[in-house]
Write a protein that binds this ligand. Structure first.
Ligand code: HEM
Ligand code: HEM
Length: 320
């Protein structure tokens, strides 16, 4: 059996809720990409009203309306998908109160997020609301990732397990995830304060290693670059630790992807500046940030499970 076949034959796939959660995760990543394209193509106010677009749910999908309305429809579908996944989780794992609690928090997050999306339009894109919109999107992605990892783990309830001491890998994973999250929010500040070209040159900034920091746009941009290096260092340490010491094959693949991804992200950041914030580059930069966050969260969540590489007992009535 190849490694991929083994992955899909994992008992978790015998339950419909798990593949649906996987699908929802990819749907969410696509939504984040679309959101970033909305801003990068200056389509954010293409629909001047909310929740309708020019008074209808079926506007002509041309120009900026295409991206803005597609983003809204995609977001609506995400709410439906996630609620469907939660109902399935409740049916298939009635004892898993930890998953149900995460799911309810996720629905609440999505509703607030949709409201914030509407407020960005109604209030004409205030920086604070646009930045919070990105932060909540990333928080939802992190929550969904934890749900997914836990849904694949052996039957645990989250309530009846004794508190487990945090392993060094788990601590390092959580640290990396937290730093990627902070860096992403700083990235959104860069974007929404128009600091993207605060340092117009790469790899130096205004021709210096440390530029004069008395202008806000330069200081914000420079902070984002510096934090980027800190993220890379922390991720490299985490990936190295797992690749050297962790026998779990899934964690090793995730760690390798995280290590390669962070290098690609630094390059994308540099190219975004070199090519003056070209739409494909900055949009991929947001998407890759989200993927890095999901990978780091997944590694931390796997390290918390009692037997990350073990299998779950089949559910009653499931084919053997
Ligand atoms: C109907 C609900 C929603 C509306 C009306 C909406 C609207 C918008 C608008 C107008 C922008 C551009 C903001 C700007 O240029 O400053 C945007 C960006 C974005 N949206 Fe939404 N949105 C909705 C739901 C969601 C959901 C549910 C998510 C994710 C869970 C999401 C994720 C994002 C992301 C990641 C961005 C890019 C933010 C950035 O560039 O900093 N949106 N959205
Ligand atoms: C691992 C490190 C990094 C992460 C996780 C990260 C993440 C992000 C995120 C999430 C955004 C906001 C996009 C949005 O609001 O949709 C952003 C913006 C930005 N980042 Fe990074 N970034 C990293 C490193 C870098 C580096 C090294 C540079 C190099 C100069 C850079 C340059 C930029 C620029 C110019 C923007 C603004 C894009 C715009 O105005 O559209 N980033 N970053």
């Amino acid at each position: 059996m190849t490694r991929r076949t083994r992955f899909f034959r994992h008992p978790a796939f015998r339950r419909a809720s798990f593949p649906l959660l996987v699908f929802t995760l990819f749907w969410t990543l696509a939504l984040l990409l679309l959101g970033s394209i909305v801003h990068a193509t200056e389509s954010s106010l293409a629909c001047p009203d909310w929740p309708t677009c020019f008074g209808t749910m079926m506007p002509e999908m041309t120009g900026g309306v295409f991206w803005e309305h597609l983003h809204r429809l995609w977001a609506g579908a995400l709410v439906l998908l996630f609620v469907a996944a939660l109902l399935l989780v409740r049916r298939e794992h009635p004892e898993r109160r930890d998953l149900l609690r995460l799911g309810v928090a996720g629905v609440a997050l999505l509703l607030v997020q949709s409201l914030l999306g509407g407020l960005t339009v109604i209030h004409r894109l205030p920086d604070a609301i646009s930045t919070t919109h990105l932060a909540l999107a990333f928080a939802f992605l992190a929550l969904l990732t934890v749900m997914l990892v836990r849904a694949r783990a052996p039957g645990r309830t989250g309530d009846d397990l004794p508190a487990r001491p945090a392993t060094p890998t788990r601590r390092a994973g959580m640290g990396a995830a937290a730093l990627i999250f902070v860096q992403s929010v700083v990235g959104a500040v860069v974007r929404h304060t128009d600091s993207g070209m605060g340092c117009p040159d790469v790899p130096l900034c205004l021709g210096e290693v440390i530029p004069p920091l008395d202008h806000a746009v330069v200081a914000i941009h420079f902070l984002h670059r510096t934090l980027g290096l800190a993220v890379a260092a922390m991720v490299a340490a985490l990936a190295w630790r797992i690749l050297r010491r962790d026998p779990d094959p899934v964690s090793r693949v995730l760690a390798l992807a995280l290590g390669v991804g962070v290098v690609a992200q630094l390059l994308l950041g540099f190219f975004s500046v070199a090519y003056r914030l070209a739409v494909p580059l900055v949009s991929l930069h947001t998407l890759l940030a989200a993927i890095l966050l999901a990978l780091a969260v997944a590694l931390a969540a796997r390290a918390e499970e009692p037997a990350a590489s073990g299998s779950i007992p089949p559910s009653p009535g499931a084919p053997a």
